[in-house]
Design a protein around this ligand. Structure first.
Ligand SMILES: NC(=O)c1ccc[n+]([C@@H]2O[C@H](COP(=O)([O-])OP(=O)(O)OC[C@H]3O[C@@H](n4cnc5c(N)ncnc54)[C@H](O)[C@@H]3O)[C@@H](O)[C@H]2O)c1
Length: 347
């Protein structure tokens, strides 16, 4: 049994909680840091229900430098860190840029400063395909140029990657990987954990499931005049469990010293693009529900199409997304129904 100890920041959030499950299933000891700013303590019970094990939990705000320092004094034996904790609402970041720069950048710096004191630190960073903007070529490889960020949120991911790369340059035994996620969707198949968007969802799939359950009147499809086969925008939707498992592979690569450079970047996607209308059709098929939607104008900042070239992740991380769009949507729908039931019971 692997007894390596891993710190997962933001481990009660959407992607973090699924990754904690994947790590525990591989025998890792997990310590979570989360300040519950965008998650619930109930997620711990969901993780326990699935894996039979409760991870250690520390309610710490990573913006508090001295708490971060205290954490590493309390847990001197952390072998690796997966850093999910961040604010992620693109629209909100435009209105409150300083909140985003403070939360996403200062937290990162405080963590890195503590890790820098260690030998052989292993660090995994949640980045995003937003760094590519509208790429000139599809599918998008890791060599595609990083374009000027469209929002403060996107900028925090670009700056974050640069901070990590600069740090790695100065310390050869400091190892890090940035994972550029495409569009994570779905939930654990047990529906014990899933995505909990606060307020009106900004992403397509939670909007679809909330519309189907009756929480939203109808889905707005932003634009049907894109240069794509059906006119709607195309994205690479990846099941959150596939994404979670990729983190375990990336961490193993660093812990086993298999990295080719001490700073590396990987795309995490399926390699397939699906249009908004294809997602709607797939959802209708797996849920048996007819979805009310209307076509409205394009949304500012949205790009036409983005999907990953996953060759590098497939070959170097020895990982490949295996779950289908239908499977991901079916799990998202099951999760939505559980959330609805809980909300009804709490009324
Ligand atoms: N979900 C996506 O579509 C997507 C896409 C690309 C990249 N990402 C990145 O992946 C990471 C995880 O995203 P997610 O969808 O799971 O988000 P999430 O909001 O569900 O999870 C983030 C977690 O971090 C916690 N957190 C935030 N600030 C904190 C702080 N200062 N101290 C301690 N905890 C803090 C929140 O309470 C939450 O539980 C983020 O860095 C996000 O930017 C997400």
């Amino acid at each position: 049994m692997n007894k390596k100890r891993v710190l997962v920041t933001g481990g009660l959030g959407f992607i973090g909680s699924h990754t904690v499950v994947a790590l525990q299933e591989e025998g890792y000891e997990v310590v979570i840091i989360d300040n519950l700013s965008n998650s619930s303590i109930d997620v711990l019970a969901g993780i326990t229900q699935i894996t039979g094990k409760t991870p250690q939990f520390e309610n710490i705000d990573l913006r508090d430098k001295s708490s971060v320092k205290d954490f590493f004094e309390k847990y001197p034996d952390i072998d690796g860190v997966i850093h999910f904790a961040a604010s992620k609402a693109v629209g909100e970041s435009v209105v409150k840029p300083l909140l985003y720069y403070e939360n996403n950048i200062s937290s990162l710096v405080y963590l890195l400063k503590e890790l820098y004191k260690k030998d052989n630190a292993s660090f995994i960073f949640s980045s995003s395909c937003t760094v590519y903007g509208q790429a000139d070529e599809l599918p998008i490889t890791e060599d595609a140029p990083v374009k000027k960020a469209e929002s403060p949120y996107g900028n925090t991911k670009q700056i974050g990657e640069e901070i990590i790369a600069d740090t790695c340059k100065t310390k050869p035994d400091f190892k890090a990987i940035s994972l550029r996620y495409f569009n994570p969707i779905g939930a654990h198949p047990t529906a014990e954990i899933g995505e909990l968007p606060i307020g009106v969802p900004q992403n397509l799939v939670p909007f679809i499931t909330q519309t189907a359950i009756g929480k939203r009147d109808e889905l707005s499809v932003f634009g049907d005049d894109y240069p794509t086969p059906d006119g709607t925008a195309i994205r690479d939707y990846i099941h959150v469990m596939d994404l979670a498992e990729a983190h375990v592979h990336a961490l193993k690569r660093l812990l086993e010293g298999k990295e080719k450079q001490n700073y590396e970047v990987f795309n995490l996607g399926t390699g397939t693009g699906n249009s908004v209308l294809e997602v709607v059709k797939s959802f209708e098929k797996v849920s048996g529900k007819k979805l009310d939607y209307k076509i409205v104008g394009r949304r500012e900042g949205d790009i036409t199409a983005a999907y990953a070239d996953t060759t590098k992740a497939n070959e170097e991380l020895n990982w490949k997304a295996s779950r289908s769009l239908d499977e991901a949507l079916s799990s998202a729908w099951k999760w939505q129904q559980v959330v609805e039931k809980k909300e009804e019971e709490d009324k």
